[in-house]
Design a protein around this ligand. Structure first.
Ligand code: IVH
Length: 696
């Protein structure tokens, strides 16, 4: 190892300090260079980076800025001057025919338009068309074909020299061993592309590693880079690699004439040609744009659905489509001037796990929440992060003081991917789960087969508070003017002590509070009054019974006329209801056996909350408990409207074809549900019109 553990820790601390600094100065330049050399070694040589690309880019950009302002202070070994990380022993080092450059980065719309303007000034072109492609987050590769045969595959290395990984490249299904280049007059060609791993394949790899007790890989890129350099090609084949080609580096005919300027003059056409020869290219997922505004729109559209793409991407690459424009623009030592990467907001970041708080939810569930040093992740500042439960903490062996890799993908809440074990200095502490409720001190329990510890005291302050917050929330009673913060404040001041108190607020006292006036109090009053009209299923959901979500609450209310009737159902009767399993049944049953709960409900009834389902006018029971399912396109009504009609007429909806289904309403282009239903004799298949006649 080039760096000792002590040095690794020092350089990581230094990195965190540099990243945290508001404005870096000339005096920071040597530290920046030192830190970045270390991270390049981790990235290129060990395939095991300790910072994210985003963090590295941030340092790189800062250093470049400082160097531009203080050229006299540029260090000869600065990564901007040319990175030459050591190559690992074992593979032959080979020179690239043409250096493999990097890309300049952009982060927002403004950067993009600046790039377009720069390029227009440089080339004196008025209109420039672009191709936009995904920026694959994998490991780059250069592949040479001579006389139609794959002769060499090399990693990027330092851009000038890479490692010969031909045997491993040959195991990749999406890289043809032979391709008909000669038909197009090509004797020798070098293609540039990216080795990637599909996201689901990567997940499986990590699951396997976890089972075997091996270190988890941080992301698909590390996994691809690692797989490309294993010593045994059979092992490489087992790693599920894919390859996308996105550039021609070099091409000559039999007489050694360069073809890039005569034949391959249009990037989009080049990609189509490669596709026709059997290569995997990002054609379907790329855009050919007439101008930079179209590029901007294409990127926005893509970023929104980026999480649904099968491969990890960390941005998009924008390339001038025409060789003529590319030639006029040329290159810097670092990147082409005719292309730029647009970086998405980072999904991953590293930060320090400073502390753990144990939060108690409305059902008593105790959730460990990690406090981390504030860090930017996918555009928001993260300072706390759920650690889910004890099992997960154990599995990942998270310790206080650990540097952790965190991730936030799409709508998923941020989570800890792994602890960076190599950064431990021995002062980290194992997390100790509380043996009593951290809020009320009561006993905690963890039933067999569950992962979550719970506080057993229903009167626990935290539970009471969370139950109130749930009660007023949007899907529940939706009380206008009252949300989490207000409930907490009122509870803290003892203006609210229980859910019942919500309907007996002392508004005079509220009026005395800072920030409250006649208007806001009036709004609160109205919000509370108005909530009394919520349907009984909303009230049932608002009660916060464990396992009873809004859908289950609706199911339960379909079985009875009055919410109180639920108190009379036995465990067996409850379990007979659709979608009600033993867990839900037990939880509902238990709730109605607690006298305090019944008292609360009786009180709610007295003050005018809704318990009785709205009586259906006579004749609205035409569907009489029969079950329905819709498939295909409906012409006369929307899906939701159709479903509402079923419910309003006393029918029931189910979500899949089975013997329990009475009617399948088949619209246009009905698919597999229709064929499934045809196989079950008892199901009546009807048209949309026939359905409407049934309720007419
Ligand atoms: S073109 C001369 N296109 O991004 C231009 N690169 O940050 C060469 N990358 O080293 C690159 N997807 O490994 C290009 N569609 C794409 C790409 C792509 C990913 C990688 C490539 C490059 C790095 C630069």
């Amino acid at each position: 190892m080039k760096y000792s553990n002590q040095e690794i820790r020092e350089l990581t601390d230094l990195t965190q300090q540099l990243l945290a600094k508001e404005a870096l100065q000339k005096a920071d330049m040597p530290s920046l260079v030192q830190a970045m050399q270390f991270h390049e070694y981790r990235y290129y040589v060990l395939n095991d980076p300790l910072v994210t690309d985003f963090e590295y880019d941030k340092l790189y950009t800062a250093l470049k800025k400082l160097e531009a302002a203080h050229p006299e202070a540029i260090l000869p070994d600065s990564p901007t001057q040319r990175v030459s990380p050591d190559l690992i022993d074992g593979f032959n080092t080979v020179a690239h025919t043409v250096p493999m450059l990097s890309l300049d980065n952009s982060y927002n719309e403004e950067d993009l338009f600046d790039f377009d303007k720069r390029l227009k000034d440089l080339t004196e072109e008025e209109n420039i068309s672009y191709v936009v492609e995904p920026k694959f987050d994998g490991s780059s590769i250069a592949i040479i074909y001579e006389d139609d045969v794959l002769t060499r595959g090399a990693t990027r290395g330092d851009g000038v020299e890479g490692e010969d990984v031909t045997p491993n490249v040959k195991t990749i299904q999406s890289v043809p061993i032979k391709a008909a280049f000669a038909q197009h007059g090509i004797k020798k060609i070098e293609l540039r592309g990216e080795i990637v791993i599909r996201r689901d394949v990567f997940q499986k790899i990590n699951e396997l590693r976890e089972q075997k007790g091996e270190k988890l890989l941080a992301n698909a890129r590390n996994s691809a880079a690692g797989a490309l350099r294993v010593k045994d090609p059979r092992e490489a084949r087992a790693r599920g690699l894919d390859a996308f080609m996105y550039q021609i580096g070099y091409a000559v005919d039999a007489d050694g004439n360069d073809l890039l300027h005569s034949k391959f003059t249009n990037h989009h056409d080049n990609m189509a040609l490669l596709a026709s020869l059997g290569f995997r290219v990002p054609l379907a997922e790329s855009g050919l744009c007439k101008n930079i505004s179209e590029v901007d729109a294409f990127i926005k559209n893509w970023e929104a659905k980026r999480e649904t793409y099968e491969y990890d991407t960390d941005g998009m690459v924008i390339k001038a489509n025409l060789r003529e424009v590319q030639d006029k623009a040329g290159f810097t030592a670092h990147h082409p001037r005719w292309a730029i990467a647009f970086k998405f907001k980072a999904k991953q970041a590293t930060t320090k796990l400073l502390d753990v708080e144990f939060q108690v939810g409305r059902t008593g569930a105790i959730t460990p929440v990690g406090k981390v040093s504030p860090t930017q992740l996918a555009g928001v500042t993260i300072s706390s992060i759920s650690l889910h439960n004890e099992d997960i903490i154990r599995q990942k062996d998270l310790r206080l003081g650990d540097t952790v890799l965190i991730e936030r993908a799409g709508d998923v809440i941020p989570y800890v991917v792994k602890a960076m074990e190599e950064l431990r200095d021995g002062t980290e502490q194992k997390l100790v789960f509380p043996t009593a409720c951290p809020v009320c001190g009561s006993e905690v329990e963890k039933p067999e087969g569950e992962a979550v510890w719970r506080c057993v005291n229903a009167e626990c302050e935290a539970q009471v508070e969370e139950r109130m917050i749930h009660f007023v929330s949007k899907d529940a009673m939706d009380i206008d003017g009252m949300g989490r913060d207000i409930v907490k404040r009122f509870y803290g001041l003892q203006l609210l002590k229980s859910i019942e108190d919500i309907y007996h607020m002392d508004y005079d006292k509220v009026l005395e509070l800072d920030g409250w006036g006649e208007k806001s109090v009036e709004r609160l009053k109205n919000g509370i009054e108005e909530s009394k009209q919520r349907k009984p299923e909303r009230l049932l959901y608002a009660l916060g019974i464990r396992h009873v979500g809004l859908t289950t609450a609706k199911t339960l209310m379909q079985a009875v006329e009055n919410l109180f009737d639920l108190a009379n159902l036995s465990m067996e009767q409850l379990q007979e209801l659709p979608d009600v399993g033993p867990k839900v049944a037990q939880s509902v049953y238990d709730f109605f056996k607690v006298p305090a709960n019944i008292q609360m409900l009786e009180h709610f009834n007295e003050i005018g909350l809704q318990f009785q389902k709205e009586a259906k006018p006579a004749g609205e029971n035409k569907l009489n408990g029969k079950t329905f399912l819709f498939t295909g396109t409906l012409n006369k009504m929307g899906r939701n409207e159709a479903k509402q009609l079923v419910e309003d007429n006393g029918g029931k909806l189910i979500s899949s074809v089975s013997k329990n289904l009475d009617y399948l309403v088949a619209g246009e282009k009905a698919g597999s549900k229709l064929s499934k239903a045809q196989a079950i004799a008892s199901i009546k298949i009807i048209t949309e019109d026939e359905f409407l006649q049934m309720i007419a």
